[in-house]
Design a protein around this ligand. Structure first.
Ligand code: FES
Length: 141
């Protein structure tokens, strides 16, 4: 497999695989929540779309999730793995996904790329927050 070496150091094979063949890339039509985050220093932007449904227990779950990321190798790899971790989880479980979990699932990231994983975790929190605020405003209509 191709080894990608950046100024930040080398990426492991799992990161390269997620970057080259990202899962859940794209948009969701009529999403239930959207989270957009950016890092002004590197200029990378992530947009996450979620569709929410209820499981048999009546808990809200991430039924579908997609991302659009304009950024570095790590930004795309962390977005991809995040969608794979979050899909099917309850919203409460999904809110607990932090950047440490993302990094662990990727088998590590160069230290200078840790902020990319923080961006991904924040995008999910923002999308779920957007879902909750849309629902709150529906209740108040
Ligand atoms: S370099 Fe900023 S998100 Fe990757």
């Amino acid at each position: 497999m191709t080894k990608i070496i950046s100024k930040a150091g080398s990426y492991n094979q799992k990161v390269v695989k997620c970057f080259k063949n990202p899962k859940n890339y794209g948009q969701i039509k009529n999403p239930d929540g959207v989270g957009e985050v950016g890092n002004p220093v590197c200029g990378d932007v992530m947009k996450l779309y979620i569709k929410v449904a209820k499981n048999k227990k009546g808990e809200e779950i991430v039924k579908d999730i997609k991302f659009e990321t304009f950024g570095c190798v790590a930004a795309i790899a962390t977005s991809s793995i995040l969608t794979q971790i979050a899909k099917g989880k309850t919203l409460k479980e999904a809110l607990k996904i932090d950047n440490k979990k993302i990094i662990k699932s990727l088998g590590g990231l160069p230290p200078i790329k840790v902020h990319c994983s923080v961006l991904a975790a924040n995008a999910l929190k923002k999308a779920i927050g957007d879902y909750y605020s849309r629902n709150d405003s529906k209740k108040n209509e």
